[in-house]
Ligand binder design. Sequence first.
Ligand code: ZN
Length: 87
Amino acid sequence: MAGKFNQPIRMCISCRVRETQDKMIRLQCVDGSLQMFMNHGRSFYVCKCCQTQEQKVLKALMRQCRSGDKDKFTNKLKEIIADDRKS
Ligand SMILES: [Zn+2]
């Protein structure tokens, strides 16, 4: 029973829901572009629910990355989510 609570809790940057880390996708920005977290640098989380709502999550992502390139972000986000579902 205790084990369930040992997971770190993270907050979704878009809807601010709090979830355990394994239910979130971890992303980061490097030089203004979005990518999966590579184990160093600043990162942030997006919950599973927001992953199906690209338009909503994009605003939060662009704010995190301080970028206005919406098309680039949309494509990259789709790519990352597709990869995540494969594994
Ligand atoms: Zn969310």
